[in-house]
Design a protein around this ligand. Structure first.
Ligand code: ASP
Ligand code: MG
Length: 405
């Protein structure tokens, strides 16, 4: 079957009945244009958060199987309502849970990965001329247990369906007009990007630009699924995410991101001997904590300080682990700082152009912003600085790289 389009509507696009009706009209308009439309919907508005809140009212450690059972109900509500809305407008639609359309996942509850999708049922319904509506964010494992795909996982459902159905396009509808050069709440003249590469988008998502679930971007890139991120409140073109094309390299920096969700941990007076850093980070890794940036200060008289960043949510656990451990490695103390921000510039153009780092540091220096930590990859430069300097740093970099309108 040809001419399949997958459209995913996020929670904000279906936050109330009026918005659901609006989505129904848009879906129908695509059907009328001759598309075979497969719709993926998230739970209404903040439903998922509310469900989690309910669970935490009972226990701090709910069984993950039951958590998935609970969270999956959110999307079941929205698919049914959207199908009803489409019926009301005189078109045929049918809604499905993830399990019903054979979205098979592994068994890691609350963060399951899709293993396989059985397209038979979906194709059969499309052939009947129906609009197919699939509950996002959920699947089923080999034991017939309901699983969920991690927060924001409806994007993953959409990308997976686009892949197996060989869709012409995977549209991600949200409440913003697309992907911006930076957060428009911080920089007024931030510009909507017409296109961005998977890699850049993945960096931006990982660095805090919450337009699409990072995992789903990775999958889209792997299978080269064309994505269009756009607003469900207008007909305007949004941002296309695609494979990098050489013209994309002409732009040095695509975007600037701000992440205020990390904290810095410092292990003070660590003996400067081979193997000590390995022991520290082994210990942290065992606690299932992801470390982002790491720096080691210059050694003084055989001792050094080791600093790194973790997401704020992991801070307590990190400190708890290290407080006991530092005695074993004969370090003196462990301290932390929650008052930091990470500002990053991202662009595949960095691969083929030099001077981005110098320009970044110069722009920050001109605003007297002190850099605490630096990390780089092929396509990004991140700087940790004081939290209150986060927004000024973003503004300075956005301007320095000429990203505004
Ligand atoms: N409703 C789920 C969440 O809020 C999935 C999604 O929105 O994509 O995380
Ligand atoms: Mg949601």
């Amino acid at each position: 079957m040809r001419n399949i389009i997958v459209q995913k509507y996020g929670g904000s696009s279906v936050a109330n009945l009026q918005k659901i009706m609006r989505v129904a009209r848009r879906v129908i308009s695509y059907k009328k244009k001759g598309f075979n439309v497969v719709v993926v919907v998230s739970a209404l508005g903040d439903t998922t958060d509310e469900l989690l809140e309910l669970a935490s009212g009972i226990t701090k450690t709910p069984p993950e199987r039951e958590l998935d059972m609970l969270m999956a109900t959110g999307e079941q509500v929205s698919v049914a309502l959207l199908a009803m809305a489409i019926h009301k407008f005189g078109k045929e639609a049918i809604s499905f849970t993830g399990a019903q359309v054979g979205i098979m996942t592994d068994s890691s509850h609350t963060k399951a990965r899709i293993i396989d999708v059985n397209t038979r049922r979906i194709r059969r319904e499309l052939e009947k001329g129906r609009i197919v509506i699939v509950a996002g964010f959920q699947g089923i494992n080999i034991d017939q247990e309901i699983t969920t795909l991690g927060r924001g996982g409806s994007d993953m459902t959409a990308v997976a369906l686009a892949k197996v159905l060989k869709a012409r396009m995977c549209e991600i509808y949200t409440d913003v007009e697309g992907v911006f050069t930076t957060d428009p709440r911080i920089v007024k003249n931030a510009r909507k990007l017409d296109s961005i590469s998977y890699e850049e988008m993945l960096e931006m998502a990982s660095l805090g630009a919450q337009v699409m679930q990072a995992r789903s971007i990775e999958a889209a890139g792997k299978y080269n699924i064309p994505i269009h991120v756009r607003s469900s409140f207008s007909g305007k073109q949004g941002t296309y995410i695609s494979k990098e094309v050489s013209a994309m390299e002409d732009v040095l920096v695509r975007g600037v991101t701000l992440n205020k969700n990390e904290a810095k941990v410092t292990v003070c007076d660590v003996p400067d001997k081979p193997g000590v850093a390995a022991r520290i980070f082994e210990k942290i890794a065992k606690g299932n904590i992801n470390v982002d940036m790491i720096i080691q200060n210059v050694s003084r008289k055989g001792y050094t300080d080791v600093s790194f960043t973790v997401v704020v949510g992991d801070l307590k656990k990190t400190i708890r682990i290290l407080e006991n451990f530092i005695k074993k490695i004969k370090a003196k103390a462990v301290t932390y700082d929650k008052g930091i921000a990470k500002v990053s510039v991202v662009g595949i153009g960095m691969r083929s152009h030099s001077g981005v780092a110098a320009k970044t540091f110069k722009a920050l220096a001109a605003k007297k912003i002190n850099i605490d930590m630096i990390s780089t990859s092929e396509i990004k430069i991140s700087c940790v600085l004081k939290k209150k300097k986060g927004a000024p740093a973003v503004k300075a970099l956005h301007k320095a790289f000429g990203l505004g309108r």
